[in-house]
Ligand binder design. Structure first.
Ligand code: CO
Length: 222
């Protein structure tokens, strides 16, 4: 109970600190949001999005779920992407996974996990897509880390498959999609440097939803 009440004490201190720093802070905050970034990350309590990116309230649009998945039948994540791209006009979309991800770990164990089965299936599908590479890694920890990275890359690709992102990119040259991994041991954000124009090009044969014959992904606009 003590820690529950502590939250409201913390909040009062936070309000005071913000006002001391900038008397108009909350006036500005209430006005509008114009974030340049949409962040899609894991729900894990050890990965606080704004803090690790050094961004203030108003600067980051956030969606989090177990193991940072982007399923195309998930109305939640799809609504977030749609709103962020069409209305907020974010310039970057980031999928941020993290090493030591419990969701990814659970997916590596072939057993019935009840209600989690359909959720973890997406990660198991990532394993199947990259089975040769993953099975060639003999060290368990390294294989686990690599699946975390490959999951980020596949979820980033899932974002690039959406009509919302393709059409916006064709018309305006943004958003650019990025894949990152947060390392809990060091606090460092690792950019996986996914090749956004190349992925966009590669998926066109099957996933081009723009109505145009070519998405014309230009390296220069990257
Ligand atoms: Co996680």
């Amino acid at each position: 109970m003590a820690s529950y009440e502590q939250i409201f004490e913390n909040n009062k201190k936070w309000v005071a600190a913000q006002k001391a720093n900038d008397p108009d802070f909350f006036e500005k905050l209430a006005r509008d949001q114009q974030p340049d970034y949409l962040y899609i990350g894991c729900s894990d309590s050890r990965v606080p999005a704004n803090e690790i990116m050094g961004l203030e309230p108003g600067e980051l649009f956030v969606h989090r779920n177990v193991a940072n998945l982007v399923n195309n039948t998930d109305l939640n994540v799809m609504s977030v992407i749609n709103y962020a791209v069409r209305y907020l006009q974010v310039k970057h979309i980031v999928v941020c996974g993290h090493y030591n991800c419990g969701g990814v770990k659970a997916a590596m164990v072939p057993q019935d996990m009840g209600i989690l089965n359909p959720w973890l299936r997406t990660i198991r599908d990532v394993y199947r897509l990259h089975e040769n590479e993953l099975d060639s890694i003999k060290n368990d920890e390294e294989r686990y880390n690599r699946l975390v990275e490959l999951n980020v890359i596949e979820q980033s690709t899932n974002i690039i498959k959406t009509a919302t992102v393709q059409k916006s990119y064709l018309a305006k040259g943004f958003p650019i999609v990025h894949g990152w991994v947060f390392d809990l041991h060091t606090g460092i954000l690792v950019d996986l440097n996914i090749n956004f124009p190349k992925i966009l090009q590669d998926i066109q044969k099957i996933y081009n939803l723009t109505g145009e014959s070519s998405l014309n992904a230009d390296e220069n606009s990257y």
